[in-house]
Write a new protein. Structure first.
Length: 94
């Protein structure tokens, strides 16, 4: 891998770290859990057609984002980053 390609990839990862902070993953997982619990009773047809078929895929993606967000939070704590802009702060650390 060329140094330029590595730097481009690193910039992309840092952009993703910034963006994942904007996604309310915990709230989304709670809402999805509520929909899974109540959807069967409230609208079985809609539940069967949409949530049951695609819900697991969506849930996996949100769970992966949540894990990534928690990892970013851990790194921010480790480096005592107070700013929401992890990328700029890590540039200072490294």
């Amino acid at each position: 891998m060329k140094a330029e390609d590595y730097q481009d990839g690193l910039n992309l990862v840092m952009t993703m770290a910034r963006m994942v902070q904007l996604v309310p993953t915990v709230d989304m997982l709670v809402a999805l859990g509520n929909a899974e619990t109540m959807g069967v009773f409230l609208d079985p047809t809609l539940y069967q057609k949409y949530l049951h078929s695609d819900g697991d895929d969506i849930k996996e993606i949100i769970q992966a984002l949540d894990k990534f967000r928690r990892t970013v939070d851990t790194i921010k704590l480790k480096h005592k980053v107070k700013s929401d802009d992890l990328a700029l702060s890590l540039d200072e650390v490294y």
